[in-house]
Design a protein around this ligand. Structure first.
Ligand SMILES: Cc1cc2nc3c(=O)[nH]c(=O)nc-3n(C[C@H](O)[C@H](O)[C@H](O)COP(=O)(O)OP(=O)(O)OC[C@H]3O[C@@H](n4cnc5c(N)ncnc54)[C@H](O)[C@@H]3O)c2cc1C
Length: 456
């Protein structure tokens, strides 16, 4: 069927950031601070994406694997400090592994950043506005117009109807690489060998427990050396019993409970739906409904089995499904797990990271949690699609293998790639070049001047 209609509403900007999650936040702040007229569009009504609407947290570690040096700073660091000033975060330097803030995990979990999603959405919005970018919520990208290898405009659905947004440079921060995909850029869905994607989860928050009893029971197990090595196994002993009694049908055998800056308030990362392609509307709908069912089962489990949870209350359930993996763009460079583990040197590195390669099992419990070799870097070429010239990509959908994404998909790194993409876009405008051809030396210098960490 053909649909032909004149688009009357046209919006113009220089840099268009599509998607306001952690990557989009970093990209919009960086592009605007570096002088580019920047518009950020977001289909929801808040910034943060998974970090806020998805209730995901804490920020995974931003330190090297030894837990000694912070390797993500810049805009990420500012966000942590500002959220902490509001009482809505604890700076990662103060947070140890094997603690209530990281579900008593050891590997890769030293110096996580616990935060309140409610604080984050406010601070992120303030930072984007203060940088001078404009935000439009309720704007859903639905198609991309191209001429040759250039994007000439994007079609969006707004409350008023369809509109066209024209920019000189576009930054895809949708998590799913929607803009790249609609533009015809080549993408790989999930694992390149068989399309497998990491399982999806629906986060929720609980409170009104007897914290002393709850934490006491976990600390007792920790003292006996029975927690957190290498995987989270909180409450696994009760899960076993509940499964036997028919009170537990989830594929996981443990509970991920992450305490927040308000003592006794916890984010729960335990629901698991496998073999879901979150770029498919039917599957997305099925998964979010199953997630809500699993939340109810988990609430019953907590109240019946877990010490201190007799009067537990469900505080909130995420309004969007937690999606770990969908499309990865095919960029000028594809980062691999070997690059990460062998710490390959990149002349065009734009950020440093060190979280473990964390791939959740698609069939059931556990997965892979592989420590990196102290730290690694991400080359700028991973942010540059092979086949579209005025587009950059940041966040979990940059160019890399599914296994490599198991590390860089987490939020501090998404903010860092966002900062790199936003800075590159602003510099490219000044240089009159396509963003992928920006002077990389100048880009790296600017990033370093603005607080980013780029190790050799
Ligand atoms: C269950 C789960 C647990 C996790 N645990 C952790 C953890 O503990 N710590 C950690 O650091 N990371 C964790 N992660 C990883 C991390 O949350 C995400 O990978 C990361 O937030 C992705 O950031 P992003 O900006 O790329 O995408 P998102 O946060 O998904 O942001 C994308 C934004 O784009 C918008 N958008 C999408 N499509 C469109 C469109 N077509 N038009 C307009 N807007 C659009 C979305 O509404 C969203 O706001 C977890 C992820 C999941 C799913």
């Amino acid at each position: 069927m053909k649909y032909i209609k004149e688009i009357e509403r046209v919006i113009e900007t220089k840099v268009l950031v599509i998607g306001g999650g952690t990557a989009g936040f970093g990209a919009a702040v960086a592009a605007a601070r570096n002088g580019a007229n920047t518009l950020l569009i977001e289909k929801g009504q808040m910034l943060g994406g998974m970090a806020t609407a998805g209730l995901v947290g804490p920020f995974m570690t931003c330190f090297d694997d030894e837990g000694e040096n912070q390797v993500v700073k810049g805009i990420f660091e500012e966000l942590c400090r500002k959220a902490e000033e509001r009482g809505g975060a604890i700076h990662p330097s103060k947070v140890d592994n094997m603690s209530s803030y990281c579900s008593y995990l050891s590997t890769g979990h030293k110096h996580v950043t616990p935060y309140m999603s409610e604080t984050l959405e406010v601070v992120m919005e303030e930072m984007v506005l203060e940088a001078g970018a404009k935000i439009l919520y309720n704007v859903h990208l639905c198609d991309v117009l191209t001429e040759g290898e250039m994007i000439t405009g994007v079609l969006v659905s707004m409350k008023e109807g369809l509109a066209l947004i024209r920019a000189e440079i576009y930054i895809d921060c949708t998590g799913d690489a929607d803009a790249a995909f609609y533009a015809g850029a080549r993408c790989v869905s999930g694992d390149e060998s068989d399309g497998t994607m990491q399982p999806v989860s629906l986060f929720f928050e609980i409170g009104n427990m007897d914290r002393e009893k709850f934490v006491g029971a976990l600390e007792e197990k920790k003292a006996k050396g029975e927690l957190g090595i290498p995987f989270n196994n909180c409450w696994s002993w009760y899960v076993k019993e509940a499964r036997k009694n028919g009170d537990w049908t989830l594929v996981r055998d443990e509970v991920g409970n992450y305490e927040q800056p308000i003592a006794g308030r916890w984010k729960i990362n335990t629901t698991r739906m496998t073999h879901i392609d979150a770029t498919n509307t039917e599957e997305l709908t099925k998964a979010v409904m199953e997630g809500r069912r699993q939340v109810q089962e988990l609430m019953d489990f907590f109240r019946k089995y877990v010490p201190g949870c007799e009067n537990l209350q469900l505080l909130q359930v995420a309004s969007v499904l937690g999606v770990r993996e969908t499309r990865h763009i095919l960029g000028r460079y594809k980062l691999t797990a070997e690059d990460i583990l062998e710490r390959k040197h990149f002349e065009d590195a734009v950020c440093t990271f060190a979280y473990a390669i964390d791939v959740h099992d698609t069939e059931g419990n556990g997965g892979v949690l592989k420590s990196v070799n102290s730290y690694y870097t991400i080359p700028f070429r991973c942010l540059v699609p092979e086949d579209i010239n005025n587009l950059l990509v940041a966040g979990r959908c940059i160019s890399g293998t599914s296994e490599a994404a198991g590390s860089y998909r987490v939020m501090p790194c998404c903010i860092a790639t966002g900062q790199a993409a936003g800075t590159a876009a602003a510099l490219a405008l000044q240089e009159g070049r396509n963003p992928g051809d920006v002077n990389c030396g100048a880009l790296r210098e600017t990033l370093l001047e603005q607080g980013a960490v780029i190790w050799d």
